[in-house]
Ligand binder design. Structure first.
Ligand SMILES: Nc1ncnc2c1ncn2[C@@H]1O[C@H](COP(=O)(O)OP(=O)(O)OP(=O)(O)O)[C@@H](O)[C@H]1O
Ligand SMILES: [Mg+2]
Length: 296
């Protein structure tokens, strides 16, 4: 990431060094003008990730497109969390973590020498499986990253907007000073989403965001994902096939297969396509078995 200039998607100007250019214009169209070509936000070229000698995933080639919801599905241990965390360098401090191949974010090598990790986290937000609000007030949770980045102007409006976008405002507007830990699990997860989007990232990564939630909260999160994709590029890991079918435009199915050197089993991208195709007419028998519940 070496581009010095930069376009900010919101009105604020955090005082971090700008290295990544975010394209905010409409996606380009083909020469015949009728079929939009979506911009790639991430391009993964032959990505392999290992922890020590254990290869978690290998040979991953894919493009993740702007303003779409992309789901990662597959059996436990096939590397979904590893891969999604690698999209905002969340694994960097994990002992033994090693990545090969290339992940480009808007054309910039995410692991290149010029990449600014603060800026990467600023642009690419992440929500985890288990809601993890800070032991602070609801307001301070949502304001946290903005304050850290020096985005103090219009903070109340920023917090309100994020809570509204996360479909939580009406439930918390009269108790913003109360502890976030007093919220229900589903509310906490929407709060974590509000905290993530309060600094107007470009991408939101969600690792099984509804797996610990009841059906009503799950539905709220799914509806939220659907509305957020007009503003954000979303990647979601889920074990719930119906959820992937409901929320995702594109679905990537991973499974365990022989590693390139044949010495071990590792996570492998089996098939990646429009969600409808993956669920109704998959090309690979392993995908068919998984999505129909015969395996995994
Ligand atoms: N922090 C870590 N240190 C060492 N090995 C790890 C670590 N995290 C994951 N692994 C290994 O990497 C492989 C992929 O794990 P990962 O958690 O990415 O799978 P997953 O597809 O997300 O599984 P699940 O569906 O159960 O969440 C596994 O072999 C796992 O043991
Ligand atoms: Mg996982």
């Amino acid at each position: 990431m070496s581009t010095p200039d930069h376009t900010t998607p919101g009105a604020s100007n955090p005082p971090v060094q700008r290295r990544v250019r975010i394209h905010t214009g409409p996606p380009p169209v083909t020469s015949n003008g009728d079929r939009p070509l979506r911009e790639s936000v991430f391009e993964l070229d032959n990505v392999a990730i290992a922890y020590g000698s254990n290869i978690a995933v290998a040979g991953v080639n894919m493009r993740i497109q702007r303003n779409l919801v992309t789901a990662f599905i597959g059996p436990s241990g096939c590397g979904k969390t590893t891969l999604i965390r690698s999209l905002n360098r969340m694994n960097d401090s994990v002992p033994g973590f090693d990545i090969n191949g290339e992940i480009r974010y808007h054309g910039h090598n995410l692991y290149g020498r010029g990449a600014d990790r603060v800026e990467v986290r600023r642009r690419i937000g992440m929500v985890f499986q288990k809601p993890n609000p800070f032991p602070k007030s609801i307001f301070d949770n949502v304001a946290w990253a903005a304050r850290n980045l020096g985005m103090r102007k219009g903070l109340h409006e920023r917090v309100e907007e994020a809570l509204r976008a996360a479909a939580l405002w009406d439930e918390v507007k009269d108790r913003l000073k109360d502890s976030a830990l007093g919220l229900s699990g589903g509310q906490q997860q929407r709060l974590c989403i509000a905290r993530t989007i309060a600094i107007e990232p470009d991408v939101v990564l969600l690792d099984e965001p509804a797996s610990a939630l009841d059906p009503i909260s799950t539905q709220a999160i799914e509806e939220l994902v659907h509305t957020l994709k007009t503003r954000y590029t979303i990647v979601i890991v889920t074990h719930n096939m119906q959820q992937a079918a409901r929320v995702a435009d594109r679905t990537a199915f991973f499974s365990l297969d022989a590693s390139p050197d044949g010495t071990q089993q590792c996570g492998t991208l089996i098939e990646y396509n429009d969600t409808e195709k993956i669920f109704n007419d998959p090309a690979d028998l392993r995908t068919r078995d998984y999505v129909t519940g015969r395996f995994g």
